[in-house]
Design a protein around this ligand. Structure first.
Ligand code: PRX
Length: 658
């Protein structure tokens, strides 16, 4: 690994005042080279968003850009439009008709090019197939798939007929899928027999078959054959399975786009919070599309000839906004890659960039750190000259990784956009605009035009330059979530109550003297493991669900590659003996139990057995102290503990090794 902090050249580069100005060549050709954009948006944000809304095709004009008071705001009220019409149909009416909409690369080596014309037909057919299964406007459809073109087709088909989708990441377990489908009361589930991942098959249909048994609203399951193994087809209850090939390929390619109200629900996406079950984040039609379309175009300096690759899975918000809706709304070519970055070898991403001529590459810091570990030679061997803009998302990017990305992938000439946002924000909120905003390694720089953010203290007062505080968003933005599905009260409590009129992000941040934002991670109990958002509460609930576990406390401890790793402190019921050799099998069993309940992404890295957990006098587990222990730090303030000796003992035990 070249970029070690000990490297003196790097040290010099990493000084906080190190600023990378856009190269004149880039700045001269960049679309975003619109120096007035920030001032214009600040003077009149509504006019700025109106300008962005003009890029869409409306079926009926809106009356007002923004109305109402937060959180009950309405964007583009009265307007009518359809997302599939904007992302697909309108591009078929002009020269983009035969342009590649999706370039798909299968893990096992096949590639597919789907033009806008073909995509329109596929989407319309799928929409008709859904209608034939009884799906109508307002009915929810669950999508549990891997990164295959049909996942995008399914999403767009739902939007075409006004059926909100809820995509569930294929790495979630049957139980997680069931819980989400039951909450959203989905009528139909779209899945595939299995997904290829790192040379293995993820049994999506098996999971789906288990999940539908506890989700009574689901009437039919549309199954795409990706693997083609008949053994993967058995499990669904009789009469439920509908074969994608038969239902979709046989359907008519004509299906009108439903005129949707600006504020009609577009989709629900579940995400983890600090307490309770996953939250069904609701996004609505017009504001979301205006927001993702504008941010995708300006943040990545998207141009007609770009080949744009966002490596996210469609199961996450990044996949929704920046694999599917953002690029397609702009008529871009979006790359979808099905598999793992190291399958069959560690140069897979670089080969894809080379072979497809990818010009915009958007990935997560955890991937960048993994590439760093794999060595400089991998990207060095590849031809990466097609690249022009690099993006980062999902967690704070450490300056070392930023510099490595800059030097070894961007070869010193591609601007890096570090984009901060969330499932709830729907769109990128803090990011540089390439060609316009000088960057500093590790900083997401400044709010997107039309977005207003601040860092405030406990009382809501802005903190001074360089001081840490809570990141809040002080003005509504078009792609903001409108509510938590069927839980308006939780929505208001969670996001809008702490500071009146402001949206609470849950992230800590500071702003430097130049007005640049530096994100510092979550300030609540939400974990970020490899850019995946997980809740301590859900993992703890999964552990406590095991018959031998009495109590569990989960924390994210620092991990060089993943950002955070899940560490669990567990107390057992009295009868359990886990001394010595008995500990290892139980540890494995608990890890497997979490995998079963939530999915492999939540599997704890460490499970530590203890007789007691450190608690405050009111009985609240002090996770902060557990983090100190797991990261080998001196213990923080222990004065509020019911029994400070507990944590001291725990620390000693932990250091001795279980
Ligand atoms: O903590 C922030 C972190 O990811 C959280 C949002 O997670 P999720 O809703 O799953 O969406 C991830 C993709 C948008 C945020 O609260 N996060 C995301 N991007 C960044 C980030 N932290 C720092 N820098 C970023 N660029």
């Amino acid at each position: 690994m070249a970029a070690q902090p000990s490297d003196s050249k790097l040290d010099a580069l990493l000084r906080e005042d190190r600023v990378f100005s856009p190269s004149p060549a880039f700045a001269a050709s960049a679309n975003a080279g619109d120096p007035g954009i920030y001032a214009r948006a600040e003077r009149d944000p509504d006019a700025f968003w109106e300008e962005q809304a003009a890029a869409l095709r409306w079926m009926a004009p809106y009356m007002h850009v923004l109305e109402g008071e937060v959180p009950a705001v309405r964007w583009f009220a009265g307007g009518r439009l359809n997302v599939a019409d904007n992302c697909v149909d309108r591009h078929c009416e002009g020269p983009r008709r035969n342009k590649a909409a999706i370039l798909w690369v299968g893990e096992t080596g096949e590639t597919r090019t789907i033009t806008y014309h073909q995509l329109r037909r596929d989407v319309a057919r799928c929409a008709n197939a859904l209608k034939a299964l009884g799906v109508g406007r307002g009915d929810r459809v669950a999508i549990y798939m891997g990164v295959v073109p049909e996942a995008a087709v399914a999403m767009l088909a739902c939007t075409r007929i006004g059926a909100p989708h809820t995509v569930v990441f294929g790495g979630f377990s049957a139980e997680a899928l069931r819980e989400r489908m039951a909450d959203a009361e989905c009528k139909v589930l779209i899945t595939q027999d299995g997904a290829h991942r790192r040379g293995r098959v993820v049994p999506l249909l098996d999971n789906a078959a288990q999940a539908v048994r506890g989700a009574p609203s689901v009437q039919k399951v549309l199954v795409l054959r990706r693997i083609g193994d008949p053994a993967l087809r058995a499990a669904l209850p009789p009469g439920m399975a509908v074969d994608w090939e038969e239902a979709v390929a046989g359907a008519s390619p004509d299906c009108p786009c439903e005129p949707m109200d600006a504020e009609d629900m577009l989709y629900i996406l579940y995400t983890s919070g600090t307490t309770g079950k996953p939250k069904g984040i609701v996004h609505t039609t017009a504001g979301y599309l205006v927001g993702v379309s504008a941010t995708c175009r300006l943040t990545f300096d998207l141009k007609e000839e770009d080949v744009y690759w966002c490596t996210a899975d469609v199961g996450w918000v990044t996949g929704h906004s920046y694999v599917v809706y953002g690029p397609l709304c702009n008529g871009a070519t979006t790359v979808m890659y099905e598999g793992a970055p190291d399958y069959p070898a560690r140069d897979r991403h670089w080969k894809i960039i080379d072979e497809l001529g990818v010009s915009i590459y958007y990935t997560a810091p955890t991937a960048i750190r993994t590439f760093m570990r794999w060595g400089d030679e991998e990207p060095a061997r590849a031809d990466l000259r097609s690249l022009r803009v690099l993006g980062s998302v999902g967690e704070p990017i450490n300056p070392e990784a930023w510099m490595w990305y800059h030097e070894h992938v961007g070869r010193g000439r591609c601007p890096i956009v570090d984009t901060w946002w969330q499932t709830e924000t729907g769109m990128i909120m803090i990011t540089p605009l390439p060609g316009l905003v000088p960057t500093k390694p590790g900083s997401a720089t400044r709010p997107f035009p039309g977005v207003q953010a601040a860092v405030v203290d406990e009382n809501g007062a802005p903190v001074g330059a360089g001081a840490g505080g809570n990141l809040v968003l002080t003005r509504p933005w078009p792609a903001m979530t409108r509510t938590i599905f069927r839980d308006d009260e939780r929505f208001v409590r969670q996001y809008w109550s702490r500071y009146p009129g402001c949206y609470l992000t849950g992230d800590g941040a500071r702003v430097d003297a130049d007005g640049y934002f530096w994100l510092m991670g979550r300030v609540d109990d939400v974990l970020n493991v490899s850019g995946h958002r997980l809740s301590t509460y859900e993992i703890e609930s999964a552990l406590v669900d095991h018959p031998q576990v009495a109590e569990a406390a989960v924390i994210g401890r620092f991990d060089e590659l993943k950002g955070q790793a899940v560490a669990a402190f567990v107390t057992l019921k009295e009868a359990s003996d886990v001394s010595g050799a008995a500990a290892a099998p139980l540890r494995d069993e608990l890890k497997a139990h979490v995998t079963k309940k939530i999915g492999p992404i939540a599997r704890p890295e460490d499970v530590f057995f203890t007789v007691e957990l450190p608690k405050t006098r009111s009985g609240k587990i002090m996770r902060r102290l557990l983090r100190d222990i797991a990261e080998g730090r001196a213990l923080g303030d222990t004065t509020t503990l019911a029994d400070p000796a507990v944590v001291q003992r725990l620390k000693e035990q932990y250091e001795e090794g279980d």
